[in-house]
Design a protein around this ligand. Sequence first.
Ligand code: HEC
Ligand code: HEC
Length: 477
Amino acid sequence: MKLNGLGLRIAAVLALCLMLVATCFAGEAPVSAEAGDQFFHSRSLGSPYTTGIPYALWLAMMERYPEELGANWGEFRDKFGLLEDPARPAGLPVGFVLYDTKATATRFLMTNCAVCHTGEINGQVINGLGSRSIRIHAFNSAVMHIARRDDFTPSQMLPLSAAAARRNHVPWGWRSRYVTKKAIKQLKTLSATYVEIDAGPGRSGVLEFTKAIHKQKVEPPYGFIRIHSVWTYRKRESFGMDGLMTGDLGAALAAVEFNKGMPANYIVDHPNQWASLYEYVKTVPAPKYPGPIDFDLAQQGEQVFETACARCHGTYAPGAQPYKEKIIPVARVGTDSDRLRSITPELTTATNNSVFGKYVQVANTGGYVAPPLDAIWCRGPYLHNGSVPTLADLLLPAAQRPISFFIGGDTAYDLQRLGVAYREDLAPDGSRRGVRASAKQYEFNTRDPANGNNGHEFSNKLSAEESAALLEYLKTL
Ligand code: HEC
Ligand code: HEC
């Protein structure tokens, strides 16, 4: 960030000193799954000065720009597909935390892993499931729209922030004024180069965030990717649905924080934080299918799976040969290639040359990981880009899968077809297009770039009976 004037520069140095003091006092807790659990769900990660926003400023923004953010936390959650957390004060959504800095006596609003990695199935909250509803890009765009406004200035926002702080009993002193002013300027700077993209609910343009951090061009093809479930990570040898990151798999968990703007130095200086998160992630259980299962049918399905699927996805019976990660070239699996095409040599070089690159290496693998299928029943919509709504549809030849369907908001989950529930229109030529079930939904069109639903046709030769048995077996994983 560019600073103008000596005064600001001195102030920045002062802030840096205060940050260092705060970091030293905090120290690094020993590695443990318990600490990881805390980081994942209820603590902040990293420095609020880089990845947080002063809470009083946030409250003032909600009051002043309700059309962008919603007038209260309820409207805010609705707008961006966030879950309610009854245990949290003031209606904060799941994954949002408040953090009081010692050095600047300011309360910050921050997010942690749970914001993206808490899912929901028909009202049941599932820990570690990728959120199907969160609208990460819509949220970023709303904040950037505000930052770009002419009336979003320190002189207008500081008095409003102070007033919001008073009304909501949020600590507010001269140092809060200073950090809030700085935050406003930081947001303005970010908004100047912000490129508006939208991956829709439950997905993220992770590589696009990384490119923005490296000050590289954000342009198509975009690598939009589903938010993955975390309980399969313990079986993995790399990070990412294409296995793009290898090396220290604990440090790889900092990838999203890096994308949020956490400095690489902070990441490498806090190894225990990532190691603890890794320990915790390994303990997150795969949720069990909640409905009845026909075990005789499932047993027949297991035979089908062994023949048609296990060579890539491993086996799941107790004592069976464990899953071994395989990356399948995109030409073989045939799914959408935009994610791979978005991994440019500039991107991999910049990441590998950063301090972060000492711990993880990034490469274009040219393929996708055949992922572990634990609790696959709840992980729809499927494939790396979420382009196939249900497992029943994934078992069909690509040409017979729905061309479009509706996701996000209050979309129900279909426990028979195993995936997002949808209504559809059947055209005379047999093509299937989704029909909107509620105003909160978002249309997923598989004919749009990065959204292709082609490929993975490994079940084309199965009979209808074999497919039905296989689907029943998939409920048991
Ligand atoms: C903004 C949303 C978001 C946040 C916040 C987030 N993640 Fe993720 N996570 C994703 C996405 C998207 C993917 C898929 C990434 C890919 O394949 O490139 C993912 C993938 C993962 C995976 C699976 C990796 C694999 O290949 O199996 C794990 C484990 C994980 N994240 C853990 C974490 C942890 C721990 C945190 C907190 C430090 C975190 N995530 C924060 C969106 C998020
Ligand atoms: C040649 C290797 C291979 C075979 C055989 C194979 N798969 Fe896959 N599978 C993959 C790959 C690679 C992916 C990831 C593709 C992507 O996301 O673009 C995948 C993805 C999936 C997914 C989606 C996972 C998710 O998290 O969205 C499911 C479900 C799945 N496979 C089930 C099966 C079943 C059932 C069979 C047997 C009929 C099977 N696969 C056969 C390689 C294979």
